[in-house]
Design a protein around this ligand. Structure first.
Ligand code: ATP
Ligand code: MG
Length: 438
């Protein structure tokens, strides 16, 4: 891709309500722009990142045997009346009317619709299990949309629903999805923790959350430094005000809180801040019973499906990567989330030899399967292009400038900002090694 062909409206202006670095850098880097409260457009770079994340989510789910579907975003209110959730969801659920005065909602989640889809189509225990998912728009009229795309009103979610003939099989799938989610977040290059999200019965939790560790996270979690135990503090403290007061503390203040209690493994427990990017939940037959969704069991008797549900905040992940990976200059994308891996900066694109050398490296990297973009803009100066590189956060830059006469270019590592001279004909080799090791 060429910068001159790609619409990347970077800017020095901060959004007016900015608090978090991810919000600031995603807007200033030309990834997203705000359309209204909690409503965001994804511009070309943002869309590329969103699709990369979406692809990784899809690849891992498909490998685990899940089936992708796409449900209609607008759902009739009757569906929600039948499950009893029309009331429960309250104002988060946005209602609309059609021209005939019928009531609909913009889907905030899709348990009911998914049960209806499976009901009467999956008839026997022999047809089970089934795990269906979609990566689709959700709308929640959040009381406080904030932090850019971290808490939008319209957002992209992966929501999955599995159907089983018995609890044991449902728990097997729940465990499989936990492993699958770990693979997804690992591929995205994230430092994350799986935590118990409800106090649950001894021997296991029916609800787990996946948190990206970040100082700015809205949730407070307690994690063990020796084993993989973790819990959302909402599950530990009975008193809600205690949870609220801990949530209000900054990361630094939290670190000063001594935890006297030890983990059951004997390890030291400490508080961390997390961004919830995934949630898996053992539902049982709550929705299948309410919606009379049955199958025939081994004895020919009707039985309500055992269900589990699995969510990932796909658009929230875009911001989470940056919340965890940035510096004061801008974004630092991980290898599998970067819109492009290498930015070839032609210092002065009006100089034919510089532009030619840049294009030659560009073609070579592309031919070798490296995702590369060339900053071939004629009207921008070197300093501006370097600023865009740092703000957008491509993992590496190849700078073509004055040393070209000596057959040399400079490779810049976005994370460390270290520069390294490199011979023209060794650029691919050097970059390949760096990418392999990152
Ligand atoms: P939260 O506590 O952050 O409001 P939730 O418990 O309402 O999340 P779920 O209903 O479990 O979230 O939705 C699944 C996933 O969708 C969440 O883990 C989160 O990553 C994402 N998500 C939820 N609400 C939003 C939002 N307003 N904007 C972006 N992503 C969201
Ligand atoms: Mg919520």
């Amino acid at each position: 891709m060429k910068f001159s062909n790609l619409f990347i409206p970077t800017s020095k202006e901060n959004p007016s309500d900015v608090v978090l670095p991810s919000h600031q850098f995603l807007v200033r880097g030309g990834f997203v722009n705000q359309e209204g409260a909690g409503l965001y457009n994804f511009m070309p770079l943002g869309k590329i990142v969103l699709d990369k994340i979406r692809t990784i989510v899809k690849e891992e789910l498909d490998k685990a045997g899940c089936n992708e579907v796409q449900l209609s975003f607008v759902t009739p209110i009757s569906l929600w009346d039948r499950s009893g959730r029309a009331e429960d969801m309250g104002k988060e659920m946005l209602r609309i009317k059609d021209r005939h005065d019928n009531d609909f909602v913009l889907s905030p989640t899709n348990e009911e619709a998914m049960v209806e889809l499976v009901k009467n189509r999956v008839k026997s225990y022999k047809d089970l299990p089934v795990n269906l998912y979609q990566i689709n728009t959700k709308f929640r009229d959040e009381a406080r949309p904030r932090y850019g795309i971290l808490r939008g009103r319209e957002f992209l979610m992966k929501d999955g629903y599995s159907f089983h003939s018995n609890t044991e099989d449902m728990i097997r799938e729940f465990d499989l999805m936990e492993e699958t989610y770990k693979k997804i977040f690992t591929r995205l290059g994230l430092d994350f923790r799986v935590v118990n999200a409800d106090s649950g019965a001894i021997g296991g939790s029916g609800s787990k959350e996946f948190h990206v560790l970040a100082n700015s996270g809205e949730d407070t979690i307690l994690v063990c430094e020796s084993c993989d135990y973790g819990a959302n503090i909402e599950t530990i403290f009975e008193d809600e005000s205690e949870v609220d007061s801990l949530n209000e503390l900054s990361y630094e203040q939290l670190q000063e809180k001594e935890v006297t209690q030890k983990c059951s493994c004997g390890g030291k427990l400490s508080f961390k801040k997390g961004i919830e990017v995934g949630h898996i939940f053992q539902l049982g037959d709550k929705y299948s019973k309410a919606l009379e969704a049955n199958f025939q069991d081994e004895n020919g008797k009707p039985k309500a499906f055992e269900m589990a549900t699995f969510g990932i905040g796909v658009s929230r992940l875009v911001a989470s990567v940056i919340e965890q990976n940035h510096d004061e200059k801008g974004c630092i994308w991980t290898k599998n989330t970067a819109p492009y891996l290498v930015d070839i900066i032609v210092s002065n694109a009006k100089k034919e030899d510089e532009l030619d050398a840049g294009i030659k490296i560009y073609e070579e990297l592309k031919a070798n399967g490296i995702d590369v973009i060339i900053d071939d803009r004629k009207k921008e100066r070197f300093g501006f292009k370097m600023g865009d590189f740092e703000l957008i956060g491509f993992p590496y830059a190849v700078v073509i400038g004055k040393k070209l006469q000596d057959g040399l270019v400079e490779i810049v590592d976005r994370k460390t900002l270290e520069k390294q001279e490199c011979k023209l004909d060794e650029v691919f080799e050097v970059l390949q090694k760096k990418l392999d090791n990152s």
